[in-house]
Structure formats: C-alpha cells, structure tokens
Design a protein around this ligand. Structure first.
Ligand code: NAD
Ligand code: UGA
Length: 456
C-alpha cells in the first residue's frame, strides 16, 4: 500500500489519477492543486473538464481511494510516489521566449517536494511533458537540500488525447517509463510499472532511460503534428489541381507503412501541446547546435499557421473581399470534438482575423462557450456566444465549421439555409459535412483540399 500523490489537477493529472485509483484500489491516490476552484469542481459532479466517461470513473473512486484537495505541503509529507503533472507552457519572456519551455511551475513543485517530504524513500514521476534532461535538473534540486529522503526521478510521459482520455488510459498503445540507469533507478521504474501492470499488459510497458523517455514524448507529438501539416500542405495543392485530399489521404494511408491515422486535412491543429512541444523540440535542437533540424520542425508550425490563414483568406475572397458588417458564424470553437478545451484552438486566430475585417462573429459550441469567452475577451469587437445553433446562424452570411462535433452533421440545413443571408456560404474546416447535399440545398460550399461547390 502506497500513498500516491499527483501535483496538478488538470487535463492529465485528473483523468490519470482517476484511472490509477480505479485499477489500484489498495493504494491511496491524492490529487492537489494551487487552484481551489478547480479542486472544488473535482469534488463536485460538475468536473472542471469535459471528458467522456470521466465522471463515472471519478464517482466510482472519489472518497474511496481518490481524494482532491489543496493542502500541497501536507500531501507531500505523506507521499511515497509523487506524480508531477503541472503545466509546462511555452516561455513568453527572456531567453528562448516564444520557444523554450517555461519551467517555473515545474521547478516550484520540485522545491515544494524537497521542503515537505518526510518518507525515507520517495519516487518523483515526471508526468508533465518536459525538455530532455529536465529529470536530471529535478534530481539536482532534490539532492541540493541535505534531505534525509532518498529520491528517484522517473520519467513517465502521458500520451492520452483529449476527448478520448479514458479510452486511451484504459487501453494505451504503450506506457513509457524512463528510469535512472542505476539500481535505485531501475527499482523506482519497476515500482511505477507495477502500478500500470494492474491493467496494462506487460509487453506494453516500455522501460527506457530517462532521457529517451523525455525525448520520445516530444518526438511523438512532433511526428503526429508533422503528419497533419504534411496533409494540410497537400490540401492546398489539391485545391489547385482538382485532386481530392480525402482520396489522397485514403490512398496513402492504406499503405501499412504509412497508416491511416492523423491524415485528416483541417483548418489547423490546435490543443495545448502540439505547437508548444514542437517549439520546445526545435529550441532544443537550436540549443544543441543543430539549426537545420530546428528549422525542419519549426516549419511544421509555420505550415499550421499558414493553413488557418489560408482558410480565412478564402472566406474573405469568396465573400467578395469584404467582411465589414457581415455575420460569420463559427460552428465549433474547441480545438477538437468531444472536449471543451480551447487552448491554442485555430478558432482563436480565425476570430482575430475576422474581426480585423470588421466582421460580426457569432460562436456556437456545445461545450466550449465559456472558454471561448475568456479566449476572446481581448478583442473589442462584435462577437456573440450563442447556445442555440439555429439562433447562431440566423441572418449569417457564412458558416465556418471549426470543430468536428458529431451534432453538426445532424443539423437541419434546409432550415438553416432559409434563415441565412443569400448567397449563403459554408466553409468546412474539417471536411465534416455532406458537401453535395449542402450544395443541393443552395449553399456555396468550400471544403478543404477539394473542388468547391459553387452556385455563383
Ligand atoms: P493543465 O493546465 O490542465 O493542469 C495543470 C495544473 O497544474 C493546473 O490546474 C495548475 O493550477 C496546476 N499547478 C501549476 N503549478 C502548480 C504548483 N506549483 N502546485 C500545484 N499545482 C500546480 O495542464 P495539462 O493539460 O494537464 O498538462 C499538464 C502537463 O501534461 C503538460 O506538461 C502537458 O504538456 C502534458 N500533457 C498534456 C496532455 C493533454 O492532453 N492536455 C496530454 C499529454 C501530456
Ligand atoms: C495530442 C496527442 O494525440 C496525444 O498523444 C498527446 O498525449 C497530447 O497531444 C499531448 O501531449 O497533449 P490532443 O492534442 O489532445 O492529443 O488531441 P489530438 O487528437 O492529437 O488532436 C490534436 C489536433 O490535431 C486537434 O486540433 C485535431 O483536430 C487535429 N487533427 C488531428 C487534425 O487536424 N487532423 C488529424 O488527422 C488529426
């Protein structure tokens, strides 16, 4: 029986610890955070994040062997295994601004651990995504305080995707555990592996060195994002050549060496991690004297930004090069379906560009309106947030589909067409809708990487 602690009750800390508490009932799992409001939500049935299946798991274990609170010092005192799952955003100041990882939250937890730990042996598990060699820095901080505790630092990056977090945690492709290359390190890695072995088959538990583990996490995200940028770049070529990006993606994805996933053209990838992690990777390459490699990865982000710009330019051009006073309705604001998370959503730069043209923007999203309000509060413009989708489209000149919520396929587009301004336009930033049918109804339809359907 161990006391497991997780510092950071966010999108990763909450779901991951809920699953560990579910599958390891003999251990006590505590999740702490500096944010009281977040902790209060975790202790209610209105969880701070929307994630299918999460509430059921939390309800099963909360109060049994899963606890949420804000007494960070007290929780560290009792802990045998400490997962650190705090945010590691891009640094926005000083050296490496706009690229490097901002490690201030992470370093604060290292110092909190050092100050408050009391057990003779403590395993510190890096759950946050961190630049290579951060574990080594963590170990140095922990060893700096003449503490009687013997620390081991293990890297255990998380690969869950939002919207499918519970499924991904229940059935991961692999769990990566990087341990220090000495007896103590191997023992600590094995202790962490033991937890996962409660539900993950042993052959999916991958034990590596700490540094390979840290680097693999950054590279996994960079490779996933690179596939999207590759496809998005080809979507532009498809539009010029009358090829169809869905057909091209399907054709290349059927090659088992390439595989079918992450080949969906889009308005651009978003989320809290892809851009940040690629920029961290690129900065690391620069730091280690590899400017060509740094530029290669940075180009994945550049193409992504260009794809959102391209989507916007098309709206502007098709609406006769003027958006002033016109109403554009965004269908979706979250960075992907099945989440209310809007961090780095392409909807944010899209709205900035639209209001830059004096357009009126209406936003609909089934789960993300609250976050959207916060994201756009810096814009002094005509923006409204509308809960009812049919109200959101009333009088609109164009619809821009940003998020592939299933419900957007089921809408009554004949009804929508009747209440929109004419000519009515749909820009499908996800190739999510039935374009031929929409065209038949009377819309001018602009998919990505395909020939548009135009009445005018
Ligand atoms: P998040 O912002 O949702 O959660 C982080 C939490 O840490 C916040 O609630 C914050 O209040 C808390 N925190 C910050 N400093 C603290 C401190 N000193 N003491 C206690 N609590 C503190 O972030 P997230 O999305 O859960 O991401 C966490 C890490 O996991 C990041 O490194 C991220 O790159 C990585 N990651 C995220 C995802 C994802 O899908 N979101 C997936 C894999 C990995
Ligand atoms: C991603 C990774 O998939 C996770 O493995 C990783 O743990 C996580 O980042 C992280 O480190 O934070 P997530 O960002 O939650 O997960 O969601 P994804 O499903 O990867 O989607 C990311 C973005 O790419 C979304 O905006 C999505 O719409 C977009 N996308 C995805 C495409 O544009 N095309 C695709 O084919 C796939």
């Amino acid at each position: 029986m161990s006391n497991i602690l997780c510092i950071g009750a966010g999108y990763v800390g909450g779901p991951t610890m809920a699953m560990i508490s579910k599958y390891c009932p003999e251990h006590t799992v505590t999740v702490v955070d500096i944010n009281q409001e977040r902790i209060d939500s975790w202790n209610s049935d209105d969880l701070p994040i929307y994630e299918p299946g999460l509430l059921e798991v939390v309800q099963q274990t909360r109060g049994r062997n899963l606890f949420f609170h804000t007494d960070i010092a007290g929780a560290i005192t009792d802990a045998d295994i400490i997962f650190v799952s705090v945010n590691t955003p891009t640094k926005m100041f000083g050296e490496g601004a706009g690229k490097a990882a901002d490690l201030q939250y992470w370093e604060k937890t290292a110092r909190d651990i050092l100050q408050n730990c009391s057990k003779p042996e403590v395993i510190v598990v890096e759950k946050s995504t961190l630049p290579v060699r951060t574990a080594e820095a963590m170990a140095r901080i922990l060893e700096s305080g003449h503490s009687s505790t013997k620390f081991s630092v293990v890297s255990n990056p998380e690969f869950l995707a939002e919207g499918t977090a519970i499924e991904d945690l229940a059935n991961p492709d692999r769990v990566l555990i990087g341990g220090e290359e000495n007896e103590n390190g191997r023992k600590a890695a094995e202790t962490v592996a033991e937890l996962y072995a409660h539900w993950v088959p042993r052959d999916r538990l991958l034990l590596t060195s700490v540094w390979s583990s840290e680097l693999s996490k950054l590279v996994a995200n960079a490779m996933l994002a690179q596939r999207i940028s590759s496809v998005n770049s080809i979507s532009a070529l498809c539009e010029r050549t009358e090829a169809d990006i869905t057909e091209v993606s399907r054709a290349i994805g059927m090659d088992t060496r390439i595989g079918a996933k992450f080949l969906q053209a889009s308005i651009g990838f978003g989320g809290s991690c892809f851009r940040k992690d690629i920029l961290h990777l690129s900065y690391l390459c620069e730091y280690y004297g590899l400017p060509e490699v740094a530029d290669y990865w940075a180009s994945v982000v550049r193409i992504n930004e260009w794809q959102t710009e391209r989507f916007f330019q098309n709206i502007l051009q098709q609406l006769f090069n003027t958006l002033a006073g016109k109403t554009i309705t965004l269908l979706g604001f979250a960075f992907k379906q099945n989440t209310g998370d809007t961090r780095d959503s392409p909807a944010i730069p899209l709205c900035e560009k639209l209001v830059g043209e004096n357009a009126r923007v209406r936003i609909h999203d089934p789960k993300a309106l609250e976050n959207a309000r916060v994201d756009l509060k810096h814009l002094n413009a005509d923006i409204s947030f509308v809960e009812d989708v049919y109200e959101a489209v009333e009088g609109a000149h164009a619809l821009a589909l940003v998020t592939q919520w299933a419900e957007y396929r089921e809408l009554d587009y004949e009804r929508i067409f009747k209440v929109m301004a004419e000519p009515a336009f749909i820009f499908d930033g996800r190739n999510h809708l039935d374009h031929a049918k929409l065209f038949e109804i009377g819309f001018n339809v602009f998919p990505l990487g395909k020939t548009p359907f135009k009445h005018i």
